[in-house]
Design a binder for this molecule. Structure first.
Ligand SMILES: Nc1ncnc2c1ncn2[C@@H]1O[C@H](COP(=O)(O)OP(=O)(O)OP(=O)(O)O)[C@@H](O)[C@H]1O
Ligand SMILES: [Mg+2]
Length: 138
């Protein structure tokens, strides 16, 4: 399933899909690598759930998620091109702004639209989970 390595994030590594050039796979860090914690896996789960639950006004600015594995270790999304310039859409800025949205590496271009590629923090459980995990030093 995994093709060429694209980029490393703090929680996940991104690869091209071996058979479909239109897809990427986000692999939660862990097991075989360093920096394992449950939160890396939850980033995939949260992103997938945000994609499926967001209202269209927000969803139209997000990279589509297509499939997630049972354990949440693998997440398949639409592949985009890197961008150097982007504008944070008003609705994201006003309702769900996160600092990570300021970074160009979290935006990609798909069909001439610039979309947010990294958005687990938009999940309603994100803060609760984070806080809890920090407390038990996972
Ligand atoms: N849909 C996509 N198409 C192409 N490249 C992507 C896509 N999604 C993510 N990437 C690349 O993979 C990198 C890691 O993905 P992502 O930002 O989702 O992981 P993360 O571990 O949550 O990152 P962070 O370090 O910002 O917390 C991104 O910075 C970007 O370069
Ligand atoms: Mg990122």
């Amino acid at each position: 399933m995994l093709g060429e390595f694209i980029a490393e994030g703090f929680h996940r590594n991104t690869y091209r899909h071996k058979d479909n050039p239109l897809w990427i796979i986000k692999v939660a860090k862990g097991k075989r690598g360093s920096n394992f914690n449950k939160f890396n896996i939850l980033c995939n789960k949260y992103e997938y759930e945000v994609w499926h639950n967001a209202k269209n006004a927000i969803k139209q600015h997000l990279v589509p998620c297509l499939w997630i594995s049972d354990t949440y270790e693998y997440l398949i999304c639409i592949r985009g091109k890197k961008v150097s310039e982007f504008k944070i859409p008003k609705i994201l800025k006003e309702y769900v702004f996160k600092e990570d949205m300021k970074k160009a590496k979290n935006w990609v271009e798909i069909n001439e639209k610039t979309l947010l590629a990294d958005y687990p923090e938009l999940h309603k459980d994100y803060l609760i989970t984070r806080h809890k995990y920090k407390k038990c030093k996972l």
